[in-house]
Design a protein around this ligand. Sequence first.
Ligand code: OXD
Ligand code: MN
Length: 590
Amino acid sequence: MNSFTNNKNILAWIDKVVALTSPKNIVWIDGSTKQINELTQEACDTNEIMPLNQEKLPNCYYHRTRQDDVARMEDRTFICTREEIDAGPTNNWMSPAKAHSLGRSIFKDCMKDRTMYIIPYCMGPIGSPFAKVGIEVTDSIYVVLNMNIMTRIGKQVLNMLGAESNDFVKGLHSKCELDKEKRYIFHFPEDNAIWSCNSAYGGNVLLGKKCFALRIASYLGRKESWMAEHMLILGIENPQGEVKYVAAAFPSACGKTNLAMLIPPEIYAQKGYKVWTVGDDIAWIRVGHDGRLYAVNPESGFFGVAPGTGRNSNANAVDATSKDTIFTNVALNLDDNTVWWEGLGAPPTKNMLDWKGNPWDYETATEKAAHPNSRFTSPAKNCPCISPEWESPSGVPLSAIIFGGRRAKTAPLVYEARDWNHGVFVGSSMASETTAAAAGQVGVVRRDPMAMLPFCGYNMADYFKHWIDMGAKIDKLPKIFNVNWFRTDENGKFIWPGYGENFRILDWIIKRCEDKVDAKELAIGYVPNADDINMEGLSLSKEALEDLLSIDKDLWIEESRGIEEFYAKFDGRIPEELTKELEKLKNNLK
Ligand code: OXD
Ligand code: MN
């Protein structure tokens, strides 16, 4: 008899995992503070984590990964559907039979000298109709402690499932030998299962996040008529106290966490405008009873990139990390046992260790002190601008969906899609450029539809079709926009100041949603009249703004060819609604 659950599906699955991995001990994670404290102590005793200055950074800990295990490994990430076509041309595919046999050979007896931790977790607020359950089996205390921040864990989750349900994602993780040649992240969407081995880096091993909440959930969303998206969610409060919510998708390195926690410019703040964070990375979206789209953040913490997060760029994130946080691969300040990274805004000291644990001196250093992908894991509730609605079981209603990328020349600062299908086209053709060193040069374009390229758990052409089909189910469609904070001048310098000033564009977007401003129709959609962007307190000329809102037809003709080439990869599977939109764009550009 197991005192944690009598769910026979869970127990049968755990029996199989135990038979495969042969753990020395088994610990069920009940989620109690007592248990978390004991595990924290144990991880400190074995140096898996290290306590930081408990006065300056209460309940904060430090962790280093292996030097070859510092990021998500896209080439080691597989979608294991029975048919290859169901994974599509943008995913790595392996047959479930081959993945099972390879995985079993790697997992065989891998925990024989280790403790197995069984973590029941819930993505989404407990009791919310959006919520879904996962169980992660792992041999890493670091994973347990991170999952405790990023998700809702413990006995309450088992209670949600009851005795009969089989509706949970079965996740198996082992560090194994951390051998990068045997590192795999296998997803079995048809079996609701994930296997991850030989890594201890967050994105590969916190199975609730990218693996479940995006890859498996996107597959479930299509089956069950909802959407799992790589989107932040934020609320914009006006001086009358009304809050409008938007969700926004950006590829990595486009400032998603910064936008989610934006501080409005002084001229807006004085009038009483506020921004509230609901989520910074993932949105689960459903049609509500009133025919609008509603979004929840399935996570309960932020797994944010540390470098570049500073007092000037994102004070709210820095505050969120001031307690209860696990820092991974940042630099250590030995003077006071605190953390440091490039872009924090505080000067480095002479007494520091870099992320590898080597002494680091800013005067002589040739390498960065913090790994560029070093991270903080912080509870969302610690964020000063966390929305009062962030755990609302019914989610927040979306007024707008925003797509964005990093484009030096092509995309204007903001434009609005003509309708839902056109908006899906805009999302499906999203792209970001690698920044070119030489002035004026345009970088290499990487298509990253809806910022989901590495996260879609099935054929992306079918994913686009799902977006089109969802449109028909929504009575009150949100408007869809595209933004680009990254247009550059002839010297390669950003024209738009970005950060908090992006609020001015959010303001226009909300006004469009409320039918309060006109716009100009161009070949690509609606752009603002320059006079409708509030420029008070900003030293950017009207000409520069007009330039940011204009498009270069030749570049767009080239862009349409790029989209055509991308669509061609899908061998005729792209929905005709989107190929029609492409034709429309080409005609408009003639
Ligand atoms: C992330 C990512 O870690 O998108 O959020 O890579
Ligand atoms: Mn992300």
